[in-house]
Structures are given as structure tokens and as C-alpha cells.
Design a protein around this ligand. Structure first.
Ligand code: PBG
Length: 328
């Protein structure tokens, strides 16, 4: 007696394994998130994100050139805003000469073919650390949408290729698309954070941008009235299909690792590219465990990005992008 099928035959060597491998990682898979600050020569390490930095514009320029040399073709920009510039309605976000607008121009000047994506959300600009305007103990959806649309327009004017609303207000994709079309920016794409969960994995990111929600009367200190409940699966499909109807060109699932079932559901439900955000907490976990010698950093990093792509991601926003690409 012997086994009729021997699956191990196709695993006998790395050459054989590479021949039958179903998921291949390449630099084209990645979006590189970048944190931008004011100043010159500033390169501040983020405490809860070892080896990840906030960069001033001069160093941003150097960084994107290096990314381009490595074959990375898209960046997602976030700005850390001075407390003095924060208010309830994100006025500074609309400043044509604001940090984000200058960062967009800096990247485009340095590497014209780099796909520049921008975060469209109020939280880095909000005194409350929320993604919406607050009034009488509530996050006001429709007033927030109007600001988000203006913010997206301002990014488009500065040269952004893709605007990426990460706020989870209802109807914002329609508002943004309509304003962009009205103003002649028909080629500016929208990547919608469509299935974004209220996750505890965003902690290090909020350190990076100093954007954590603060105590406000009658407002919960979390984002559960707008980001999704992690018990829900069907709702992710509802959110995503609505965003596509409203004009999203790319949809996103966020976070990554704990939500790969959702990634697969969405991949099967839609016919637009699906982005996955491997978020700051996922990065921090790998860093912390490997610093202690408990996990093999590069091995788990590779396994995780492969898992995200295998689940159905067309592209992955990842703080590991550079590290991964250097290993390919
Ligand atoms: C906020 C925003 C967040 C992230 C991207 N955009 C945090 C939040 O929703 O509180 C998280 C990214 C990460 O954790 O890496 N609009």
C-alpha cells in the first residue's frame, strides 16, 4: 500500500516550490504610508513604531527618491499638525499652503511618476482628535462631509493622484466625487477606506500624529459611532458596495491581519481594486516581539504580507513596504 497522491513531491526544493507558488509579492503591491512634519532636517522616530519616522519636507524628498529606486510607486501622505493650528472644523486642512499641500508638491517635484495618495480626514486637524465636526455632543456627519470634500479638492489642486478618505462618515464619497467633477478634477481617483473597523490596532498611528481622541463632554473617547463594529461581516459588504456606487475607484479593508475574512468577502463581492491597510499596531507587534527575540522579524513580516495578498488584496498599505522590497 502507498498514498495515491503525494503532495510533498511539489515541495522538494525551493525551485520546485517557487514554480508552484500561487502568491508572489512584488514592489507593485505596496503603498508606503509616510508621516510628514514641519521643519528642516527633522527625522523623528515614532516611539511605538521603531524604525519608522516623521519626516520634514527636505527628508521626505530624499525618502521618496529612495522608494522610487527600490521600485515602490505609491505613497500615502499623513501630516502631523501643530496644536496651534487645530480647531473643531479642520480649517487648516484647507490651507492651500498647508503642510499636506506642500508635501504633495514636494513628492511630485522629486518623483513625478510617484502615485501620490493623501489622507482625507479631520482627526489630525481636530482639537478633539475626531474624524468629524463636533456639536452638542455629536459628530455631525453632513457638515463634516462638506469639509472633507473641500479638503480632497485642495489635495487634488496641489497635485494628488488619489484622495483617500479615512473618516467613515456616510455619503462622503459622493460629496467628494461631485465636488472633484464640478471643479474639473475628473482624473483624481478616490480610494475609500470603506470597511474600516473601530480597532485598537491604530494606537501607534495616533501617537505618530498626536491625533488620539480626547475627553469631550458626551462624546465617547473612541470612534465607534462612525468606524465599524468588529463583530460585523455583512456590514463590510454593505459599506463597500455603497462607496463604489458613490464613486470610489479603490476600496479598502482596514486593519489587515485580523480582518482577512473580510478581505476575501470583499474581493468576491466587488470588481474594483481592493486595498488592505496593515496598520500601525500590526507593525508594532512584529517589532516588539522580534526585539525580544521571540519572533523572526523578516519571516513573520513576509508571512503576513503574503497572507494579506493571498486573502485578496490588490495592494497593501504597509509600514514594512521598504523592508519587504529589500528582501525580494
Ligand atoms: C484617521 C486614520 C487612522 C489611521 C489612518 N487614518 C486612525 C484612526 O482612525 O484613528 C490608522 C492607520 C494605522 O493605524 O496605521 N483618519
Amino acid at each position: 500500500m502507498y498514498p495515491l497522491r503525494r503532495n510533498r513531491r511539489l515541495r522538494t526544493s525551493e525551485s520546485m516550490r517557487s514554480l508552484v507558488r500561487e502568491t508572489i509579492i512584488s514592489p507593485n503591491d505596496f503603498i508606503v504610508p509616510l508621516f510628514v512634519v514641519e521643519g528642516t532636517g527633522v527625522r523623528e522616530e515614532i516611539a511605538s513604531m521603531p524604525n519608522y519616522y516623521r519626516l520634514s519636507l527636505d527628508l521626505l524628498k530624499k525618502e521618496v527618491k529612495e522608494l522610487w529606486e527600490l521600485g515602490l510607486k505609491s505613497v500615502l501622505l499623513f501630516v502631523k499638525v501643530d496644536d496651534k493650528l487645530k480647531d473643531n472644523s479642520g480649517k487648516e486642512a484647507l490651507n492651500a499652503n498647508g503642510l499636506m499641500q506642500r508635501a504633495i508638491k514636494t513628492v511630485k517635484d522629486a518623483v513625478p511618476n510617484m502615485v501620490v495618495m493623501t489622507d482625507v480626514a479631520l482627526d489630525p486637524f481636530s482639537i478633539y482628535g475626531h474624524d468629524g465636526i463636533i456639536s452638542e455632543g455629536k459628530i455631525i456627519n453632513d457638515d463634516t462631509n462638506a469639509v472633507l470634500a473641500e479638503m480632497a479638492l485642495s489635495h487634488a489642486k496641489a497635485g494628488a493622484d488619489v484622495v483617500a478618505p479615512s473618516d467613515m462618515m456616510d455619503g462622503r464619497i459622493f460629496e467628494i466625487r461631485t465636488l472633484l467633477e464640478d471643479e474639473g478634477f475628473c482624473d483624481t481617483a478616490i480610494m475609500s477606506y470603506s470597511a474600516k473597523y473601530a480597532s485598537a490596532f491604530y494606537g501607534p498611528f495616533r501617537d505618530a500624529l498626536d491625533s488620539a481622541p480626547v475627553d469631550v463632554k458626551d462624546i465617547p473617547k473612541d470612534k465607534k459611532t462612525y468606524q465599524m463594529d468588529y463583530g460585523n461581516r455583512d456590514e463590510a459588504i454593505k459599506e463597500t458596495l455603497m462607496d463604489i456606487d458613490e464613486g470610489a475607484d479603490i476600496v479598502m479593508v482596514k486593519p489587515g491581519l485580523c480582518y482577512l475574512d473580510i478581505v476575501r468577502d470583499i474581493k468576491e463581492a466587488v470588481n474594483v481594486p481592493v486595498a488592505v491597510y496593515q496598520v500601525s499596531g500590526e507593525y508594532a507587534m512584529i517589532k516588539a516581539a522580534s526585539e525580544r527575540g521571540w519572533l523572526d522579524h523578516n519571516a513573520v513580516m513576509m508571512e503576513q504580507v503574503n497572507a494579506i495578498k493571498r486573502a485578496g488584496a490588490t495592494m497593501i498599505a504597509s509600514y514594512f513596504a521598504k523592508d519587504v522590497v529589500k528582501l525580494l
